[in-house]
Write a protein that binds this ligand. Structure first.
Ligand code: ATP
Ligand code: MG
Length: 426
């Protein structure tokens, strides 16, 4: 036998048994976003490598060591998107969506990063991303946080902690950067290899190092927070006041700097202690500099990204079953004529009851075997079509999960029975 080819390390199949949870998560998030007036967008999964280099920044984990980049047949360097913001900004600029207007946008899909695979960290993973353009805030910063809070509520997730910080504006960061580098330079001997490398290119990133041996030196560092200008401070104070007014608890984490270079002012993360080291399920903030950095007019922007796999792990852990995708009914066929006509009758039923989930028995076999399959399908009802019923234009409805008489019905009768059932269940 030929050797079977396996999936790529860190890239996973979503199997049918996982679909209910994915569907529940995706539908819930979509409904919440609809409720806030956000419009869906779909961008290509592949972009020019240059786009990510320019937006995320050369001295970042992503660009330095995590991107899936390759040359296409024309010799262009392309990259599988490691995140969605860059492509979203590119698409909005290219299609004139940022010109004299505001935008509230969301998207979802796979992202690719060549990281060391572990629980909650994969090489292909999924994000649901939200981006807004043209709003100076802090009302919109707050709105995006409210959206995330509403999403947890809709999903039934509790115990997530909101962490916030302010990164100031570009000038404040530049000034602070000098202070930080001066401090870190004095403590060079206590920095790990990654941090030493970042000292020149991206010193702020050192602050969110996950190496426990770095903790002391980081805690002693000057705080950007103490060097915010008046406007940045006011923005942050208003954000905090808004969170207080909405009753959303939060902690200020001065070490929260985010991995991506384009953030300014508000940054936030939602974290949980229930997923081990990979505890951040949502990361977001303001990135007023990015549009200009990519060749557009200065445009204020705020967004966040949800880590879908981490949220699914939380849902699973909390015992959530997800969306009910089981068929309402399984159509059992008895006799040669019924077997022949089954596929047509099933479709007539679906036409009469458009929201009916009906699974048709295919492939023949005895009645016992068919009922076994009906049971396995998860359907609460079987519909039995025999040659005799077929001749009289009837089907027999038989409850599978609870006691109850079986009864004969016309197709129209069966359809209205299921229409009512579905209406009742919502
Ligand atoms: P981390 O510090 O965990 O590496 P990050 O700062 O690289 O996260 P972002 O680029 O902000 O992450 O992405 C937003 C969210 O996407 C993260 O909070 C996380 O939930 C999820 N995420 C990021 N990388 C991965 C990955 N490799 N596998 C699964 N989920 C991921
Ligand atoms: Mg990362």
């Amino acid at each position: 036998m030929a050797q079977q080819i396996k999936a790529i390390r860190g890239m996973h199949d979503v199997l049918p048994e996982q679909a209910a949870l994915w569907r529940f998560l995706e539908d819930s998030v979509r409904d919440v976003l609809d409720g806030y007036g956000y419009a869906e967008m779909r961008m290509p999964i592949v972009e020019m490598t240059e786009l990510f280099k320019r937006s995320i920044g050369e001295v970042t984990d992503i660009v330095e060591k995590e991107m899936y980049s390759f040359e296409d047949r024309n010799g262009d360097s392309l990259t599988l998107r490691p995140e969605g913001t860059a492509g979203c900004v590119r698409a909005c600029m290219e299609n004139g969506l940022l010109h004299n207007q505001t935008q509230r946008i969301w998207y979802r899909g796979p992202m690719f990063r060549h990281e060391r695979p572990q629980k909650g960290r994969y090489r292909q993973f999924h994000q649901i991303g939200v981006e807004t353009f043209g709003f100076k805030g802090p009302d919109i910063d707050l709105e995006t946080i409210f959206i995330t809070r509403r999403i947890w509520q809709r999903l039934g997730l509790t115990g997530l902690e909101l962490q916030i910080n302010s990164l100031g504006d570009a000038a404040e960061r530049t000034a602070y950067r000098e202070l930080l580098v001066a401090y870190l330079d004095v403590h060079r001997d206590r920095l790990d290899a990654d941090s030493l490398r970042r000292l020149d290119g991206n010193p702020l990133r050192i602050l969110d190092s996950k190496n426990p041996e770095m903790r002391d030196v980081i805690e002693g560092a000057p705080s950007l927070f103490d060097h915010l200008g008046e406007e940045s401070r006011r923005h942050f104070d208003e954000l905090r006041a808004g969170l207080d007014a909405a009753g959303i608890p939060y902690v200020v984490n001065p070490c929260l700097v985010r991995g991506l270079d384009y953030y300014n002012r508000s940054v936030y993360e939602w974290v949980t202690t229930r997923l081990g080291a990979q505890g951040t399920v949502c990361a977001g903030g303001r990135y007023d500099g990015l549009v200009e950095q990519l060749g557009g007019k200065p445009t204020p922007a705020v967004g966040f990204a949800l880590g879908v796999e981490r949220l699914l792990a939380l849902l699973e852990e909390s015992g959530c079953k997800g969306a009910d995708l089981a068929p309402h009914a399984y159509l059992v066929l008895m006799g040669t004529e019924a077997e022949r006509q089954g596929v047509v009758i099933a479709d007539r039923l679906r036409e009469l009851a458009p929201r009916l989930r009906l699974q048709l028995h295919c492939g023949g076999g005895g009645i016992k075997n068919q009922f076994k399959k009906a049971d396995k399908s998860g359907a609460p009802y079987a519909l039995v079509l025999g040659d005799d019923e077929l001749g009289r234009g009837l089907v027999t409805l038989k409850p599978l999960r609870e006691a109850g008489e079986q009864r004969e019905m016309t197709l129209a009768g069966a359809a209205s029975f299921f229409n009512e059932l579905i209406e009742k269940k919502g």
